[in-house]
Design a protein around this ligand. Structure first.
Ligand SMILES: Nc1ncnc2c1ncn2[C@@H]1O[C@H](COP(=O)(O)OP(=O)(O)OP(=O)(O)O)[C@@H](O)[C@H]1O
Ligand SMILES: [Mg+2]
Length: 339
């Protein structure tokens, strides 16, 4: 069970707000709490603009936090000295969504992969550094002949492999992969996912894997956190999320995934979300999802849902699952009956 593994990363009430002028604040990340266990893949899912990349960047310390904590191996990464931060950055690395924009077009593949090791002064000897770059290229399914070429000479999938090799250069324990496959052709996506899985097995890596839909992430994640407008709305194992989603937003995300069996596909109910994602500058009161929720009740506009553990390790923030709220509203908290 993943649950018995040690916690590597602990995110506690993390907030990252942006000042957007005219006295307005954009709450991109507004109170995230979750743990990532050593060796697991934690998927962070939600539609465009819900704050996934901001969360990833704040967890890595590329952005300051507005509030809350990010504890890596128990140490708050936003309170580190420069020296501690340098050591931390060897352990946590990021792979970015866009393999075109994230590689310097004027550097050779060798220079791109060697750079982090040069910054950290890891190899005094040029030959050792060259050997290490070759080894990394092979680790990601490229070869040493690729080292002297430039990023534009590669396909999207190959460029993402270069980005992964660079992220691996410092031999990290933890990788934040921010939509690493969504810019790639569908045929290439599965190959890159397999690469992530193989590297995890070989190197004992822990992943925070960010994605905007559940189709691929549910196969590779041990647990998944579903985000909506800067908040987590549900968190559980991939299996449980798929079999027994509790939050209406999770149901909607799941119903957007095509099922290969035509009979099931035909029979099942699709939940289409109406309306646009509200602005994080002026989020809805109470439950942020209520403006698009097919089950919204009066109380949803008035009170912020509590983060409830409904089954062991299965968390949800929804009044439909809060017995106290439902009793007050005169209904028993049995969402199956509500639906
Ligand atoms: N530097 C910034 N300054 C102001 N607002 C920002 C900044 N970065 C992100 N935002 C806003 O924060 C919100 C969350 O953005 P973010 O990029 O984290 O979302 P996302 O979930 O990664 O979306 P996508 O799936 O499109 O990558 C958006 O409303 C975005 O416009
Ligand atoms: Mg993003």
């Amino acid at each position: 069970m993943t649950q018995s593994k040690p916690v590597l990363l602990s995110v506690r009430n993390l907030k990252r707000h942006f000042d957007v002028g005219k006295g307005k604040t954009l709450k991109a990340v507004d109170g995230l709490s979750f743990d990532v266990y050593q060796g697991e893949t934690f998927g962070l899912v939600g539609e465009s603009g819900c704050g996934k990349s901001t969360a990833g960047r704040t967890i890595l310390g590329l952005y300051n936090n507005t509030d809350g904590e990010v504890l890596f191996e128990g140490q708050d990464i936003h309170q580190m000295t420069d020296k501690e931060r340098k050591t931390f950055l060897k352990k946590m690395q990021m792979v970015f969504q866009d393999p075109y924009a994230s590689l310097n077009p004027r550097s050779t593949v060798y220079e791109i992969i060697a750079e982090p090791m040069e910054i950290h002064g890891m190899y005094k000897n040029k030959k050792d550094l060259r050997n290490r770059v070759n080894e990394l290229l092979e680790d990601v399914g490229l070869n040493r002949d690729h080292a002297n070429r430039y990023p534009h000479e590669f396909s999207g999938g190959q460029r993402q492999r270069i980005g992964i090799a660079r992220a691996l250069a410092l031999d990290p324990d933890f990788i934040i992969a921010d939509e690493p496959i969504s810019a790639l052709d569908v045929s290439v996506q599965a190959q890159v996912v397999k690469l992530f899985q193989r590297l995890q097995r070989e190197k004992g890596l822990t992943y925070l894997f960010i994605a905007h839909d559940l189709s691929m992430v549910k196969y590779i994640s041990d647990r998944i956190g579903v985000m909506y407008l800067g908040h987590l709305v549900e968190l559980t194992t991939s299996d449980q999320l798929y079999k027994k989603p509790l939050h209406p937003y999770t149901e909607a995300l799941l119903s957007a995934i095509p099922i290969p069996d035509p009979d099931i596909e035909e029979a099942r109910e699709r939940i289409l979300l109406e309306g646009e994602l509200p602005s994080p500058i002026d989020p809805p009161s109470g439950c942020v999802f209520r403006t698009r929720c097919p089950y919204a009740m009066g109380v949803c506009a008035e009170r912020t849902p509590r983060w409830l553990e409904k089954d062991e390790g299965h968390f949800v923030a929804c009044h439909l699952h809060d017995e106290e709220i439902m009793q007050e509203a005169g209904v028993r908290a049995e969402p199956a009956a509500v639906r």
